[in-house]
Write a protein that binds this ligand. Structure first.
Ligand code: MOS
Length: 697
């Protein structure tokens, strides 16, 4: 038996289930008499459906239903807004009208006996449109930026007079940054199996937020919440794409209701580029003013992100700029550009990863102008408190991260001048950047049950999209109960279990971990009472509002990159990445390291590969498949290291954890771009960096 508590490197408790195929993902579930549904997406970018030739398709073999706005049941679409939903606007009401708002929008659903029959019918269905040219490019002159109407990123901050200070600064940098739209592209496709029993609905569905999927689908169909159950025991990667309940979930349930049988609906890879969220393209401008000895006197950060016309997707694009460095004069502004596209959604490191790219690239540029080492420049501007509101940080190990990262990376062997390091004919560059992400925590609940044989079962609605939540929650329970991990079974991923916040925003350990801890403390008390019969205890946790008021809470880190650039072919190879993080208590060093490596791989993608390209004529994502939407694969990854500084944060939450999911992706792209500059002397402010940017460099 293994006595393993918090702080030890327990192997994944679900590892065996995953490698043997015993772990079941949404599309692995099947119901008796199940039919298959396929979505037909609009082939115009804006306009309306004028005719659907359902009759000829209905006669095809195996076809059970052809559903479009002409014959779809009217759905209740009761008001419902979750914390992950846009703060303004209204979600798509699928098949409720003939309007086409973006390319690929669902306009019909085929339900058939087999998947093959449904696909054939979907390919055959003739739909005619009245089309108008959509607006899909933020740089289009007709695009009109607007102010967001709420949300976490809505932080237009002004302290001091940044414009005036910038004008007067002895050293100035100003630059513009354009970052491409990205799609989440997890391995597991979106999938839902829907089964009705009377007016009760069960969904086996890929979701990072099962209790919200339950509430959302109940609102869409006008059902009491308890009539809907959502089950999602495993997730094959998500990175944010399964935080919201997208149209395909509604369509699976709708199809099942129309044909009176369970229905399975799995999106194609191509369809996941249409209506399951994306990281918005952003346009940013950063202006820095500094004294000759490198003290920031002005920081201006202006950013705009794309959103749909029907909803305002808001992310924290410029927020980190308000607390990252010390400066008496700071101005941030964030705006949205509504386009004829589907609504974007949080993607790993949402907001911060884009904003920090602009800020950290700018700091690097300034360091060359000043002739000051990039780490030294940052240290000279290290704030004592969160200067956006004057609150102390609950903990901030930024300087320790610079030092630990620099030591592990070997920063001292870097020669400062661009193009000064070589390996044979390759140009070598060493770059670094800071990273940060808020330490979030939201109200969560869990239940702990002592079974007759002395084993313990924990139930909580949380998901595990890959970070190792099954394992880390097991460790919290084992630690709290003083029991071996083998005696503890974690049951997660069901809306029938005690509710939790979204499995996103790097908050699962802080929120659900503390709830599991509370449930186990309460169970221990029950056991001590020597109670008879069913031994069960609930536990809840939430952030103390007084503590939240008093402290600014964030994880911090430093990322170091070494690149080799082929000066003729323009190819960039990331030889090494070293991340050093101050993220509070590390529950499981092995899983934490693994999660950070994943984040850094995502950052390589953002820096060098990922870019969803839209056809300017109709907004069609032209590279909507894994052949042309590039992500890093094993051969793109050389050596990646993650290190953690000792950080004891007595304020952030009962476990002292801050989360790693986002902070490990943020900062990677600027570290790589800064390394590319150091290698080549060429500054690239648009992502991804492409071969053609560096040809004959
Ligand atoms: Mo994420 S964007 O924390 O699912």
């Amino acid at each position: 038996m293994t006595a393993v508590g918090i702080g030890t490197s327990l192997a994944r408790v679900d590892g065996r289930a995953k490698v043997t195929g015993a772990a079941r993902y949404a599309a692995d579930f099947n119901r008796p008499h199940q039919a298959h549904a396929v979505i037909v997406g609009a082939t115009v970018g804006l306009g309306r459906v004028v005719s659907v030739d359902a009759e000829s398709v209905e006669r095809m073999p195996g076809v059970l239903a052809v559903i479009s706005h002409r014959n779809a049941p009217k759905l209740a679409y009761r008001a419902h807004r979750a914390p992950i939903d846009p703060p303004a606007g209204e979600r798509l009401h699928v098949l409720q009208d003939g309007q086409v708002r973006f390319y690929g929008q669902p306009v019909a659903l085929i339900v058939a006996e087999t998947l093959d029959q449904a696909e054939r019918a979907a390919a055959t269905l003739q739909i005619r449109y009245e089309a108008t040219p959509p607006l899909v490019d933020q740089l289009d002159k007709r695009a009109q930026p607007v102010d967001p109407q709420g949300g976490r990123g809505h932080s237009n901050v002004e302290r001091g007079d940044a414009e005036k200070a910038f004008a007067a600064a002895p050293v100035k940098f100003s630059g513009e940054f354009d970052m491409a739209r990205e799609n989440h592209t997890p391995m597991e496709l979106h999938a839902t199996v829907a089964a009705w029993e009377g007016d009760r609905l069960t969904l086996w569905s890929k979701s990072q937020f099962v209790v919200n999927e339950q509430a959302e689908i109940a609102a869409v169909f006008g059902l009491p919440r308890e009539n809907v159950q959502v089950i999602c025991p495993f997730i094959g990667g998500a990175f944010g794409t399964s935080l919201r309940t997208w149209p395909h979930v509604t369509l699976a349930a709708l199809g099942a209701r129309v044909v009176g049988r369970p229905v399975k609906l799995v999106l194609t890879r191509r369809q996941t580029f249409f209506h399951t969220g994306h990281r918005p393209r952003t346009l940013q401008r950063v202006a820095l003013g500094a004294t000759r000895d490198g003290k920031l006197t002005a920081v201006i950060h202006d950013g705009a992100g794309e959103t749909s016309r029907y909803e305002q997707y808001v992310e924290a694009l410029t927020s980190a700029t308000t607390y990252m460095y010390s400066s008496p004069n700071v101005l941030t502004r964030y705006r949205l550009v509504p386009l004829d596209i589907a609504t974007p959604l949080y993607m790993r490191g949402p907001g911060e990863s884009s904003g920090i790219f602009a800020l950290e690239s700018s700091l690097d540029e300034l360091s060359y102008q000043l002739g000051i080492d990039p780490i030294e420049l940052r240290k000279r501007n290290e704030p004592k408190v969160d200067e956006s509101d004057g609150r102390p940080f609950s903990s901030r190990s930024m300087v320790q991260c610079y030092d630990l990262g620099a030591e592990k990376f070997g920063w001292s062997r870097r020669t400062p001048a661009p193009r000064s390091m070589r390996d044979d004919r390759l140009l070598i560059g060493l770059g670094m950047a800071s990273t940060t992400y808020p330490a979030l925590q939201n109200a969560a609940n869990a239940r702990a049950r002592l079974l007759p044989d002395g084993a313990v079962e924990i139930e909580t609605a949380a998901s595990d999209m890959g970070p190792g939540t099954y394992t880390s929650l097991t460790q919290v329970a084992a630690d709290t109960l003083g029991m071996p991990v083998e005696r503890i079974t974690l049951k997660i991923g069901s809306s029938a279990f005690p509710p939790t916040p979204p499995h996103g925003g790097s908050q699962t350990m802080a929120s659900v971990g503390t709830a599991v801890h509370a449930a186990c403390v309460n169970l221990r008390a029950e056991i001590a009472k020597g109670g008879r019969g069913k031994m069960e205890a609930s536990g809840s946790s939430a952030r103390d509002p007084e503590v939240a008021r008093r402290y600014s809470m964030h994880a911090f880190g430093a990322v170091f990159a070494e690149v080799a650039v082929d000066p003729d072919l323009g190819m960039v190879r990331v030889r090494r990445l070293v991340g050093a993080y101050g993220a509070g208590r590390i529950v499981n060093p092995r899983l934490a390291r693994s999660q950070c490596i994943g984040g850094m791989v995502g950052g390589i993608g953002q820096a060098l590969m990922e870019r969803t390209v839209l056809d300017a004529r109709d907004g069609r994502p032209v590279n909507a498949h894994m052949g042309d939407y590039l992500v890093p694969v094993n051969l793109d990854i050389a050596q990646i290291e993650a290190h953690f500084v000792e950080e004891h944060d007595p304020h952030v939450n009962g476990l002292g954890v801050k989360g790693l999911g986002e902070v490990s992706l943020v900062g990677v792209a600027p570290a790589i771009a800064n390394a590319v500059f150091h290698a080549t002397g060429k500054r690239l402010r648009n992502l991804p960096i492409r071969l053609e940017d560096l040809l004959h460099t």
